[in-house]
Design a protein around this ligand. Structure first.
Ligand code: M6R
Length: 610
């Protein structure tokens, strides 16, 4: 996720762009840049770091003002967050500048072809191919050249492009990533999100997929990719600026919960090919090493540890490799038996959690191969690992992990299937079926989000409950653990996540009337066993909430006080859908209790102390 802005009008564009970028910083903040067109001159200034760093660079460079400019704040997906990789990107002639939000899936093929045709690349980004594709259309109008580039590029794209031979014009384009236009008096704005220009105008046009737009100070024209002009539908925004930054949601956490379908789709993008082959090109680890591995360790903390729990089941089931999981702060102190044939996977959203970093450093000292799974490109974990697989959730502002958890689950499922593919432990047909099911997850999560009114109503009734248990077996166990952690950390309610079959060995003594027991029973091969355990909770007077898949709700009608139904998915993949109602339950209990869910007490988003 990145933020893009554009401005055409009578004010000096630089300040409008910088203000807009500040408003979009929630979308990414590892580097930033602007391009200004003044007559036939194009000036580009960009910097690694925050927008404040860009402001310093701009002050030093004193670029010309002009009447047209585009800007970008980046959350890296391809290429480290360096000044060179920051946007805007330019073509070989230095007359085209492009800012981009999204992922060009076929960038590697396009880049090879463009290099073969004589283009020179200077960055490691996918975006630079767009600048060179637009350069190829130098004999076309800019809007036509961008339409041709859109046809060549696969994946998600929101673009803003300037070219010096059309100095009063920005061309925008959209497929899959958001783009809105703001209509002012004799000035026009373009951005990834409305807050970027809301202080200037409330009149907006939301751009649809596969559209190219011409933006001038006098207004906007919209075309499809074949150049056919499209109607312009204007609407007026009623929100205030603070609400707009949260996309109209009352909190970042709720916004991030609702961003999960997109985040999961982004994490899958370009990583599966037709016929169900997993293609983790960026892993850059010789397949020979993965074939040699004889044991896997997965280490992580907090929510990331719950993704590790799911990963153990997935890797063992799909590859038959013995897999151990560890809370990172415990790992090195237990003197684990590692060697050169061990694969250690460190999972960390931030990639900066000191316990996880210490664990992977320990593993490297034992000559083990280390794969980092992180949401932050070029994080310490990414740099210190032998290979890295990025989740592409975009920045998460709420302290409680939500979209970064579900994308970690998906990333680990991809990695598990990839290991099975490389090691030949699953037949390609079965991998293909699971890949198709992974592709269906964004829509299914979208459907689960429709349970929100039910979860909100439940939260109203449970807001004063003192004790919760969350129970599950197999793949449902990490979901139960995560449901309990969410409730603890944002609602400050005692909540235990437990293996359903383990309750009878002690904790069942705590179950009595007034205690709420949430059972997750989606994993088909243990569902009946979980239901039996839940009967034991009901017999002790617990209030029973069941999360089950469509088609199995009848099995719990006599057991549950509340039933939450989610779409069917194969075992382990349903972790991704099953956790969403529990995020919503925790969220709404916390808000019922009047708490600040984005900044829960005593917590930090990134934990850099042991
Ligand atoms: O950045 P990391 O994934 O390494 O962070 C690990 C934990 O600190 C984190 O998951 C924490 O538990 C969150 N607050 C959970 O919502």
């Amino acid at each position: 996720m990145c933020g893009i802005v554009g401005y055409v009008g009578p004010r000096p564009p630089l300040q409008v762009l910088i203000d807009g970028l500040h408003r979009l910083e929630y979308r990414g903040y590892d580097s930033a840049g602007v391009a200004l067109v003044d007559g036939s001159r194009l000036s580009v200034v960009k910097r690694a770091g925050r927008i404040a760093d860009l402001e310093e660079a701009v002050a030093a460079a004193e670029p010309p003002e002009g009447r047209v400019g585009v800007g970008h704040t980046r959350w890296a997906t391809h290429g480290a967050p360096t000044t060179l990789n920051a946007h805007p990107h330019t073509d070989c002639t230095g007359t085209v500048a492009v800012v981009h939000n999204g992922i060009v899936e076929n960038w590697a093929e396009l880049k090879s072809e463009l290099i073969r045709r004589g283009h020179r690349f200077i960055s490691d980004t996918d975006t630079e191919v767009i600048a060179h594709l637009v350069e190829e259309g130098s004999d076309l109008s800019l809007v036509e050249a961008v339409a041709e580039a859109m046809k060549a590029a696969e994946g998600a794209l929101a673009l803003a492009v300037v070219r010096t031979d059309q100095p009063g014009l920005i061309v925008g384009a959209r497929r899959g990533s958001p783009l809105v236009v703001g209509l002012g008096e004799s000035e026009t704005f373009l951005a990834s999100d409305i807050p970027a220009f809301l202080s200037h105008t409330r009149r907006v046009v939301v751009i649809e997929d596969d559209r190219v737009i011409e933006i001038r100070d006098g207004g906007v024209r919209i075309f499809d990719l074949d150049g056919v002009e499209q109607p312009l539908v204007e609407k007026v925004i009623e929100w205030d600026l603070a609400a707009a930054e949260r996309g109209g949601y009352p909190t970042f956490m709720l916004k991030e919960i609702h961003e999960q379908p997109q985040a999961i789709a982004d994490t899958l993008r370009g990583r599966t090919a037709d016929g169900g082959v997993i293609a983790l090109r960026e892993l850059e680890l010789p397949e020979q090493i993965l074939r040699m591995v004889d044991k896997v360790f997965v280490v992580a903390c907090g929510t990331s540890y719950h993704a590790a729990m799911m990963a153990k089941y997935a890797i063992e089931r799909w590859t038959r490799l013995p897999t151990e999981i560890d809370i990172a702060s415990e790992f090195r102190y237990r003197d684990p038996v590692l060697d050169g044939r061990s694969l250690v996977i460190g999972i960390s959203q931030s990639g900066e959690t000191i316990d996880t970093l210490a664990a992977v450093r320990y593993a490297k000292a034992q000559r083990s191969t280390v794969i980092g799974v992180s949401n932050v490109v070029d994080s310490a974990l990414a740099r210190e690992s032998d290979a890295v697989l990025y989740t592409r959730a975009g920045p998460e502002i709420g302290v409680a992990a939500t979209k970064t958890f579900t994308t970690q689950l998906v990333a680990m499922q991809l990695l598990g299937l990839y290991l099975a593919q490389v090691r030949g432990t699953m037949d390609p047909g079965t991998i293909g079926l699971l890949v198709a099911e992974l592709q269906a997850l964004p829509d299914k999560v979208g459907k689960v989000l429709q349970t929100e009114p039910q979860m909100e109503d439940m939260a109203r009734r449970f807001a004063q409950v003192r004790d919760f248990f969350f129970l599950g077996r197999s793949g449902d166990f990490p979901v139960a653990m995560e449901g309990a952690l969410k409730l603890k950390e944002i609602a400050y309610v005692r909540a235990e996540g437990y293996a359903a079959g383990e309750m009878k060995h002690g904790p069942i003594a705590l179950v009595e009337p007034g205690v709420v027991v949430v059972g997750v029973a989606t994993d088909s091969h243990v569902r009946q066993k979980t239901l039996s355990n839940m009967e034991e909770m009901k017999a002790r007077g617990g209030t029973i909430v069941m999360v089950v898949e469509e088609g199995t709700e009848d099995e719990v009608s006599g057991l549950a006080d509340e039933v939450v139904v989610i779409p069917q998915s194969p075992d382990l993949l349903c972790t991704v859908t099953a956790v969403v109602p529990l995020q919503l339950l925790a969220y709404h209990i916390a808000t019922q209790r009047g708490l600040d869910v984005d900044k829960p007490r005593n917590l930090a988003k990134t934990v850099t102390v042991e």
